[in-house]
Design a protein around this ligand. Structure first.
Ligand SMILES: [Ca+2]
Length: 179
């Protein structure tokens, strides 16, 4: 978390979520403006300028602080979302999307741990979170020499590899069992 805070405050960053259901359908949500506040502000998330096929599942989480099962920083006074859902997340009241909860390995479950309600109401098979410097704010100079840089098509390869421990911890990616 501290690494992502430091990184996202050095430059303009974007945040991308990739989601897969159990039928291997895929959707994504891209936030072209992303920043995480520091520990003092409980890693409050700022994710705006949405585009994507998954709908804006982070809208109700934008501006929320990070809660965990032992830290209640959510917006629901009488309830501890992180404890009840057994997840670390930017809980509001409690969630429209959640990607860090328990993995159930099937879509039809009562309590979900990986879900993006604005796309699908059920449990999802797999998810990824990635950040990279924002193309919105790249200098004109760099786009001159690289015609691809001005292309609005999202290119997976340019995202930062998740080499930081924090980013790995945030990934709730799980592989489907081989059938
Ligand atoms: Ca609460």
């Amino acid at each position: 978390m501290d690494n992502i805070f430091l990184l996202s405050n050095q430059d303009f960053y974007e945040l991308r979520f990739d989601l897969w259901d159990f039928e291997d359908n895929r959707a994504f949500a891209l936030y072209k403006n992303f920043k995480l506040d520091g520990a003092r502000d409980r890693y409050k998330i700022h994710a705006t300028d949405f585009e994507g096929s998954a709908k804006n599942g982070m809208q109700v989480h934008n501006g929320m602080r990070f809660s965990t099962p032992d830290q209640d920083n959510d917006k629901w006074l009488e309830y501890h979302c992180g404890k009840e859902w057994r997840a670390g997340w930017w809980f509001n009241n409690c969630w429209h999307s959640i990607l860090n909860g328990p993995y159930y390995n099937q879509s039809k479950v009562l309590s979900r741990g990986i879900s993006w309600n604005d796309w699908k109401p059920e449990q999802l098979a797999k998810s990824q979170m990635k950040i990279r410097p924002s193309r919105l704010h790249r200098s004109v100079e760099s786009t001159k020499h690289d015609p691809k840089a001005s292309n609005s098509k999202v290119n997976d390869e340019t995202y930062l590899p998740s080499n930081s421990q924090d980013l790995q911890n945030m990934e709730s990616s799980k592989l489907k069992p081989k059938s």
